[in-house]
Design a binder for this molecule. Structure first.
Ligand code: FES
Ligand code: FES
Length: 161
């Protein structure tokens, strides 16, 4: 069933007429041309499609469009408008980005975690990373980058979104 849905996307009000059964990933990529969010497994497993909805990291490939009404959605596009975001910088510095397909998902997961818990401990970081798959890196560099991102987020607190 189609209908109009109103929500906030990267700080701007959005109003779209769409099939309410459509998933958020399809709405972002197909209707709104937000392509930083990636389609991997399309079944809620790999984490490549992760965005932040009302402060929480969600897998957009399984998030129903009908649940979007009145929400605030943040995608990777909002994080690096003028410069590289501290989380991206930390992952780059750690060598955690190879093909980069999984990276927006990891970044948004860590963004949600550190925004709600700047002092997240290593176990909480590991739990967050556990929701994601990477085919390239072997994870060691991602874990190191995520821990460094926690510190960089705190250091640069004044200038992050
Ligand atoms: S594409 Fe959504 S979890 Fe893999
Ligand atoms: S860097 Fe290639 S899938 Fe993660």
């Amino acid at each position: 069933m189609s209908g109009r849905i109103n929500f906030k996307l990267n700080g701007k009000n959005v109003s779209v007429e769409l099939d309410r059964e459509k998933k958020l990933l399809d709405i972002l990529r197909e209707d709104l041309r937000i392509t930083g969010v990636k389609r991997g497994c399309d079944t809620g497993v790999c984490g490549a499609c992760t965005v932040v909805v009302d402060g929480k990291a969600v897998k957009s490939c399984v998030f129903p469009g009908k649940n979007l009404e009145g929400t605030e959605v943040v995608t990777i596009e909002a994080l690096s408008v003028d410069s590289v975001h501290p989380i991206q910088q930390a992952l780059i510095d750690a060598g955690a980005v190879q093909c980069g397909f999984c990276t927006p998902g990891f970044v948004m997961e860590l963004y949600a975690l550190f925004r709600s818990k700047p002092d997240a401990d290593d176990a909480e970081i590991m739990k967050a990373l556990d929701r994601h798959l990477c085919r390239c890196t072997g994870y060691e560099t991602i874990i190191a980058g995520a821990k460094a991102a926690r510190e960089l987020m705190k250091e640069r607190a004044a200038i992050i979104l």
